[in-house]
Write a protein that binds this ligand. Structure first.
Ligand SMILES: Nc1ncnc2c1ncn2[C@@H]1O[C@H](COP(=O)(O)OP(=O)(O)OP(=O)(O)O)[C@@H](O)[C@H]1O
Ligand SMILES: [Mg+2]
Length: 339
């Protein structure tokens, strides 16, 4: 494996009986990066995250390969997953309240987590817990509180501290801030990316918030209907998307302001907000060719309607589209017209 690669995912499938929700996904997570995973609801982002964490839903069947250093995570026995958990892999969940026990003090919960991995004394564990909480901005005199005595933002800080306790190699954050107001979201994301950078931790960030991706991620993986639509450095993908799906997603996102992007449609004549027409397909009833074809302004009735486009990689960019060369540089306008 390339030494810059932390996790290598190849031909990942996650299915529930005959229904395939993730359908042959391949990508790498590189050491030290922030990799954003985006795509409309139902694209398979959370299932991919859970496969990476070695904790897919009980009813799911997972095939393919997820290689992390010497470990193969697909089908790994519980002992391997337990050895990796906390030290190598950790999750920042969406819902901090349900991730914390309501009946134990916050610092005690972190201290227990410290002792579950490192067999240190109670006193030492407690000191480490308090220090970890201080690092995310929770003052020592508040660490004896119970979770319900914290604000939502503070609870989310506490679960970030918990995830980073053992400086894991990889942290996966699945919509970690969506329960908070905009300003709190932004501060939590700043905190999460600063802390992971400080600890040399790689971050996979799943989010619907494209401005956050622009401001915080190094690379972005765009998923559609369980497959890769496009992948590459954020700056390149956001300024010049290659997959029509990415172009539509970007065109519909509020990306004005900080570091405005060329690809945004002109809003001078105002009220026509571009949107991708239609909705993502139901995984029980997928179109036969490219899953995006029914919504795509470039789709034709021959190739796109019949054959799924295989991902092609060149110069750091991967795209799965029969017609990516035809996508104009002002691609957002395509969706303005069709909206
Ligand atoms: N336990 C399950 N049993 C059956 N189907 C499931 C299960 N979990 C997820 N799915 C289906 O798999 C598909 C992908 O789900 P997933 O949760 O990964 O989407 P997502 O991209 O995370 O969406 P969102 O942005 O809404 O969180 C969806 O169609 C979903 O209904
Ligand atoms: Mg999800």
């Amino acid at each position: 494996m390339n030494p810059e690669v932390l996790v290598s995912v190849r031909d990942l499938h996650v299915s529930f009986g005959a229904v395939e929700a993730v359908r042959g996904l391949s990508f790498d997570v590189r050491k030290g990066e922030v990799l954003a995973v985006v795509g409309e609801s139902g694209a398979g982002k959370s299932l991919t995250a859970r496969a990476l964490l070695g904790m897919p839903p009980r009813q799911a069947s997972v095939t393919g390969s997820i290689q992390m250093g010497p470990y193969e995570l697909v089908g790994a026995p519980r002992s391997v997953r337990a050895a990796l958990w906390g030290r190598q892999l950790a999750l920042v969940p969406q819902d901090a309240l349900s991730a914390l026990s309501p009946v134990h003090r916050v610092a005690d919960q972190l201290a227990t987590a410290v002792r579950s991995v490192d067999g240190v004394s109670r006193k030492e564990a407690r000191a480490r817990a308090v220090a970890a909480l201080e690092e995310v901005g929770i003052p020592a005199d508040r660490t004896r509180a119970y979770p319900h005595e914290f604000s939502g933002g503070m609870r989310q800080r506490a679960v970030i501290a918990m995830a980073l306790l053992h400086s894991p190699a990889l942290v996966i954050a699945d919509e970690p801030t969506t329960a908070q107001d905009q300003e709190t979201q932004r501060r939590l994301l700043d905190l999460l990316t600063h802390r992971t950078e400080a600890t040399g931790t790689t971050l996979v960030l799943i989010t619907h918030d494209l401005p956050m991706v622009r401001d915080h991620a190094d690379r972005v993986l765009v998923m559609y209907a369980g497959r890769l639509a496009e992948e590459g450095p954020v700056e390149e993908v956001f300024t010049r998307p290659r997959a029509p799906y990415t172009a539509g997603l970007l065109a519909s996102a509020p990306l004005q302001g900080r570091g405005e992007l060329r690809n945004q449609p002109r809003r001078t004549h105002g009220i026509r907000l571009p949107l991708i027409p239609g909705t993502p397909p139901n995984p029980t009833n997928l179109p036969p060719g490219c899953a995006f074809a029914p919504r795509c302004p470039l789709a034709d009735a021959t190739r796109c309607a019949t054959a799924h486009p295989e991902p092609e990689t060149r110069n750091n960019r991967t795209v799965a589209c029969h017609h990516w060369r035809k996508l104009p540089s002002n691609s957002a306008e395509l969706f303005l017209e069709s909206a």
